[in-house]
Design a protein around this ligand. Structure first.
Ligand code: ATP
Ligand code: MG
Ligand code: MG
Length: 421
């Protein structure tokens, strides 16, 4: 792809825009190559994304710059309670660079660590411990909630390659010292990698109640405060469930952070740029059937990612070849979970007649029913955990986008409360 309209040939030691010294290649995608740079002005390390030069890539990069810079400013929005913790990558600068294969948009981003593919690889594609997977899911949902509810943006390309770890202080120092970046994987204590049993929950409740009796005055004061806070929020039009979200975040001491990158395909909720969105494995059924998509298309993709983190392989793995066939196979695989009438809502879709009978059934024959719960258990997830995980995942990948859970609803779901207690 190093040709006219394609990637720009980058060499280490080159300086871009008079300030970005190229140190090492750290990633690439279909649209770009990404480089570790020393910013000679600030003496900080940054990630420089150098886009292919063809017109469409340039346009995509301009949209990416507009969207990423706009969304960053929204963290002061009154409905957003996590401040700068939006779990979205920060863009620092952008400029054009003229090379032998054309003019390339270049974007400087804050430097992040490895993506979720590296994490899965580290676990030999046998599945990542539940607690890590759930934490990654939770942080990604915070990012989606911010994008959807606060910014009105749909990412449209949620996949493991586009979810990255932040660097912690120690790692930042290491990059500073060596000028190199490694694939750091966070180590997390696995002691609490299971759901509490019913007895343990009862025990916890009892202890909590006992404490409450001791501190009745304090507890009552706190409850009054909470109630007032709830009422204030309701008056401002914020639904009551916002309180538990904050609790969830406070309860769990996070020792790693992930962020969402790659807004090259993102769009506004009220202004879509394309009907064909999402990478095939993470593509939602409404997009295939040709029904207008909304922000829950991202929830679908994130559900697929969550399964992949837990189990180590794709949730849906339609075989490629002719693209249409692959999309049909994807619909078949969805029906193996939800049954062949799960697309009745899609009859009006642009492509519905290609895939559905007039009665709304998928035109498929050999469907083998799947149980996600069993698949989790065969990967070593405890039968105590598996039903909760399955239940939550099925909400994220509800075939009908109208019934699919939103990121905001996800965050106040008992799933997280139960898990992080
Ligand atoms: P795609 O093919 O998914 O559209 P793309 O060409 O738009 O990819 P990105 O996804 O933005 O490019 O970046 C490609 C890869 O580079 C990422 O998967 C990630 O591994 C790495 N990368 C991107 N941004 C950063 C960053 N800020 N810090 C460190 N690495 C990054
Ligand atoms: Mg990408
Ligand atoms: Mg991209």
């Amino acid at each position: 792809d190093y040709r006219s309209g394609g990637y720009h040939p980058v060499k280490t030691g080159e300086v871009y825009y008079g300030r970005y010294l190229i140190l090492q290649k750290i990633g690439f995608g279909y649209f770009s190559t990404v480089w570790l740079c020393n910013d000679l002005n600030s003496n900080l390390k940054v990630a420089l994304k150098i886009q292919k030069s063809d017109r469409n890539y340039t346009d995509a990069a301009m949209d990416e710059i507009e969207i990423v810079s706009k969304i960053h400013r929204n963290y002061t929005h009154p409905k957003w309670s996590f401040g700068e913790k939006t779990h979205i990558v920060k863009v620092l600068n952008h400029f054009m660079h003229k090379g032998p294969f054309g003019r390339h948009v270049c974007m400087a981003f804050e430097l992040l660590g490895c993506n979720m593919i590296s994490l899965m690889k580290f676990y030999d594609f046998k599945g990542i411990p539940v607690k890590i997977s759930v934490e990654i899911l939770k942080q990604s949902l915070i990012a989606l909630d911010y994008l959807h509810r606060i910014c009105g943006v749909i990412h449209t390309d949620i996949k493991p390659e586009n979810i990255l770890f932040s660097l912690n202080e120690e790692q930042e120092k290491e990059v500073e010292k060596t000028g190199k970046i490694e694939n750091w994987i966070p180590m997390i204590e696995e002691r609490t990698l299971r759901w509490p049993t019913e007895e343990e929950i009862a025990q916890q409740e009892m202890e909590k109640n006992n404490k409450k009796c001791k501190n009745t005055k304090r507890a009552m004061k706190k409850e009054r405060e909470n109630k007032r806070k709830c009422e204030r929020m309701q008056r401002r039009g914020i639904v009551k469930v916002i309180v538990p979200i904050e609790n969830v975040v406070r309860k769990f001491d996070v020792n790693f952070q992930v962020k969402i990158v790659d807004f090259g395909n993102a769009c506004w909720m009220h202004k879509h740029f394309s009907n064909e969105i999402q990478t095939l494995h993470y593509r939602s059924p409404e997009v295939i059937l040709g029904i207008p998509y909304n922000q829950t298309a991202d929830c679908w993709s994130l559900g697929c990612v969550f399964y992949e983190l837990l189990v180590g392989c794709y949730l849906f793995d339609p075989k490629s070849g002719n693209n249409n066939n692959a999309e049909f196979e994807l619909l078949c695989q969805i029906c193996e979970i939800f049954g062949d009438s799960c697309f009745f809502w899609g009859l009006k879709g642009r492509n519905a007649s290609k895939y559905l009978t007039s009665g709304g059934r998928l035109r498929a024959t050999h469907l083998v029913p799947r149980s996600l719960k069993k698949e989790f258990e065969s990967r070593g997830i405890s039968p105590v955990d598996s039903p909760y995980i399955e239940e939550f995942l099925l909400k994220l990948i509800a075939p009908n986008p109208q019934h699919r859970i939103t990121a905001f609803e996800c965050l106040s779901n008992p799933f997280f409360r139960r898990y992080f207690n």
